[in-house]
Write a protein that binds this ligand. Structure first.
Ligand code: COA
Length: 435
């Protein structure tokens, strides 16, 4: 058997330029999510762009160069983002690329039921183990379902990809062709945790009880929270993603997963994004369980653990408690990601808490992020009916069970002091007084 898979593997090895020649015109081409993007395959696609007509390039968080978004790619390839990031934002905002919203946990179904079929998957994997299995490493959640549903799967076999446990594995017989290339994984530089983020972190930490199961979203704030959890006990992780901060708390014995009822003792995630320290930590780590998004991000699964605390960032909140986490007016800035999956999962957990946090101001203090109404075209990521805790550096507003009038008051109380008078004026105009 051993010899069989080795022969099979050898027969699938090609160069990157030869591998991309197999991609038919008009294909929807999926890139491995976040740090799973295979740079050598993407570079070959971009280098040979004139060979192709009408490719649709789809992926979530971009961590590569985004060169397929250049104006000269028109007619050859066009990006359709499932999440927008720095490398792709300009193209989406200028109309040269698209954005398609869907719940992350439903993507598995959409890849297989004809809603959003995948023709080709370009993925990164570890070298095969002694049984002929490769691991998808740091990104399994949506990458594995896309690979399983694609007609053509091209893999960059990268010996720098950590081998993670869980649903991470594909057999080499499931790969169409392989390109061996050793490249470092992209690292996510942690944002600067300043006084504002620290105050937000402290406010959120006050809501986290011993034995909670945490989900941590994207951005500086989730990292800031972890700094203030050092006096907690037996925290667990069931999270779409996690980053370096979790490693420190695990090593200090604060994250044990001992109170979890589902995957007890394991840190469950769909993908990982951080520094080399994180990537080294998860390599062959038996307590890190990588799973697909129909499980990790499914609200009906999320709610099964005790004391679920979902911690995510947002850009703006209006007086009613509508939350925008993904647009600047009508311009797409990021994406829904797993935000609502976790807000709803936490809401379905009897002692769960959904926390959405942001600094009280943006643009170097020039604008309030708490506003009476959104600008036309603004996306509502989390509806007012879903909103639970809103946190800024000035405090915590628990909107659940509160009237629209009460919500506006609670939100003004956590707005930046320099904007409160103008917010109260808007409140009086809407509700006739300050009571
Ligand atoms: N008006 C104008 N500009 C604003 C603004 C507003 N209301 N709110 C934010 N900005 C600006 C900021 O000033 C900042 O600009 P800078 O980079 O020049 O300083 C920029 O927009 C980014 O804002 P910031 O709050 O620093 O973003 P972040 O990196 O912390 O990310 C989200 C926050 C909300 C974009 C990000 O968490 C996200 O995409 N969330 C949705 C998906 C999600 O929650 N997934 C969770 C599961 S993993």
């Amino acid at each position: 058997m051993m010899e069989d898979w080795q022969k099979l593997y050898a027969s699938k090895l090609v160069t990157a330029d030869d591998a991309v020649k197999h991609i038919p015109n008009g294909s929807r081409v999926f890139f491995g999510h976040a740090a799973n993007e295979p740079p050598v395959l993407v570079d070959a696609l971009v280098r040979n762009y004139e060979q192709f007509q009408n490719l649709e390039i789809v992926h979530w968080v971009p961590m590569g160069k985004g060169e397929y978004c250049q104006p000269k790619m028109a007619g050859h390839m066009r990006h359709n983002a499932m999440f927008v990031g720095g490398a792709t934002r300009k193209a989406v905002q200028e109309g040269r690329a698209d954005y398609t919203p869907f719940f992350y946990h439903q993507s598995t179904r959409f890849f297989s039921d004809g809603t959003f079929p995948i023709d080709v998957a370009l993925i990164s994997v570890t070298p095969p183990d002694q049984h002929g299995y490769v691991s998808l490493g740091v990104s399994v959640g949506g990458t594995k379902p896309a690979a399983l549903n694609a007609k053509l799967v091209i893999a960059q076999v990268n010996d720098q990809m950590p081998r993670t446990m869980g649903d991470s594995f594909l057999h080499i017989s499931q790969l169409s062709c392989c390109v061996e290339a050793s490249t470092p994984l992209p690292e996510l530089g942690g944002g600067v945790i300043g006084a504002t983020e620290e105050a937000i972190g402290r406010n959120i930490a006050g809501l986290v009880e011993d034995g909670s199961t945490l989900q941590l979203g994207i951005g500086t704030i989730p990292d800031a929270v972890l700094k203030f959890l050092e006096d907690k006990k037996d925290l667990g992780i069931h999270s779409e993603m996690f980053s370096d901060g979790v490693v420190d708390l695990y090593e200090k014995g604060i994250i044990t997963g001992a109170n979890k009822t589902l995957d007890k003792g394991k840190m469950v995630a769909a993908f990982l994004m951080g520094s080399k320290k994180l990537y080294d930590f998860v390599d062959n780590h038996p307590d890190v369980l990588m799973k697909t998004v129909d499980y990790v991000n499914n609200p009906a699964v999320i709610c099964q653990n005790p004391k679920v605390v979902a911690i995510n960032s947002c850009l703006q909140v209006d007086f009613n408690g509508q939350v925008n986490s993904e647009s600047m007016g009508a311009k797409q800035f990021s994406g829904i990601g797993g935000q609502l999956d976790y807000v709803r999962g936490a809401a379905m957990c009897p002692d769960g808490k959904a926390i959405l946090a942001m600094p009280s101001t943006a643009k170097h203090g020039e604008v309030s992020r708490i506003v009476p109404v959104f600008e036309p075209g603004t996306t509502v990521t989390t509806t007012r009916t879903d909103a639970h805790y809103i946190v800024t550096e000035y405090g915590v507003a628990n909107l659940r069970g509160k009237s629209l009038r009460q919500r506006a008051k609670l939100l003004i109380e956590i707005a930046h002091p320099k904007f409160r008078e103008q917010l109260w004026a808007a409140y009086r105009e809407r509700y006739g007084g300050e009571d």
